[in-house]
Design a protein around this ligand. Structure first.
Ligand code: F6P
Ligand code: MN
Length: 332
């Protein structure tokens, strides 16, 4: 099969849809970072990248060696692209500036360099997630406030999944495309275009070990799914939980379903576990571009105006009918 490489695809987007060449350069740089991370992941213990780093991130979560290695790879590749004036990473509390000796560009980027960290050491799928925003006033040292715009402003979003294959999934707001890394040439090749998610679903993903802490609308929704054919839904549902958001979103893009990480009663000051700016927003942009939906149970995720760069949010995303249903239960 002859198909386009990522670079050829980006050239085509520049010709057909006026894609900004600077944004295109940023995506190439992100893809280079993902490729490097992919090689580290593949080598695992052979590259000495497994295990704990002995430090904590801003969320108070223990960092793995690969969290830190992936962060450094992302920061360096993006800084060298000359296309951003600042970065936000899950692993770093403050905004990351571009080093003095490198040029800046008109974009801001937020990323989760290594999503699904608990899967690293057991050789299960993990990924990287990124969200690109326009810098309203590009400047050398942007501050956190410069990043605080709703997800509707994203000009590009995507993720790379390190699974049996390495796949880069991307949107510029004109549908969703997928690339597969050819391990023999080291090139990302276009393998799916115009990815669509069915409105209805037969599969759901939620960490049921938290069930006793959920709010009533979530308890009701999941109880109805579990009743299957004999309950109000009149059909059986299957369940999956990979514990890496990238892998759950990837499955939904390919085969449908709904993914949920609700807020719960354990700590009402924490609106969920997932982070808005580098997990929920980019994944919501991908979902909407594939005909699916994403809310926090009350409103569209992409409409939320962030107050903090590391803000958390409840997430319900995937098949539009299911997301609408669980969201409507929150309104009752
Ligand atoms: O980034 C947070 C994350 O690792 C997600 O990728 C994943 O969906 C979730 O946490 C898994 O959470 P838990 O460990 O509660 O199952
Ligand atoms: Mn993550």
């Amino acid at each position: 099969m002859s198909t386009l490489s990522l670079s050829q695809y980006l050239c085509r987007e520049q010709q057909l849809h006026d894609l900004d060449p600077v944004l295109s350069r940023l995506i190439v740089s992100v893809s280079e970072a993902c490729k490097t991370i992919s090689f580290k992941v593949r080598n695992g213990a052979l590259a000495g990248v497994l295990g704990m780093a002995g430090s904590e991130n801003v969320q108070g979560e223990d960092q793995k060696k690969l969290d830190i290695i992936s962060n450094d790879i992302f920061v360096e590749a993006v800084a060298l692209s000359g296309s951003v004036c600042g970065m936000v990473s899950e692993e770093i509390p403050e905004v990351i500036p571009v080093p003095e000796d490198l040029p800046i560009g008109p974009y801001l980027i937020c990323f989760d360099p290594l999503d699904g960290s608990s899967n690293i050491d057991i050789n299960v799928s993990i990924g990287s997630i990124f969200s690109v925003l326009p810098a309203v006033r590009p400047k050398r040292e942007p501050v956190a406030e410069d990043f605080l715009m709703p997800g509707t402003k994203q000009v590009a979003a995507g993720y790379c999944m390190y699974g049996p294959q390495t796949q880069l999934v991307l949107t510029f707001g004109r549908g969703v495309v997928m690339f597969t890394l050819d391990p023999t040439t080291g090139t990302f090749m276009l393998t799916a275009e115009d990815v669509r998610v069915d409105r209805s679903a037969k599969e759901f993903a939620i960490n049921c070990s938290n069930m006793r802490h959920w709010e009533d609308p979530v308890k009701r929704y999941v109880a109805e799914l579990l009743e299957g054919k004999t309950g109000v839904r009149g059909k059986d549902f299957n369940m999956r939980w990979v514990a890496a958001m990238v892998a759950e979103v990837h499955r939904i893009l390919q085969r449908g379903g709904i993914f949920m990480y609700p807020r719960d009663h354990r700590d009402l000051t924490k609106p969920g576990k997932l982070r808005l700016m580098y997990e929920a927003n980019p994944m919501s942009m991908l979902m909407e571009n594939a005909g699916a939906a994403a809310t926090n149970g009350h409103q569209r995720i992409l409409d939320i105006v962030p107050e903090k760069i590391h803000q958390r949010v409840a997430v319900f995303l995937g098949a539009a009918d299911e997301v609408e249903r669980v969201t409507s239960y929150h309104a009752e």
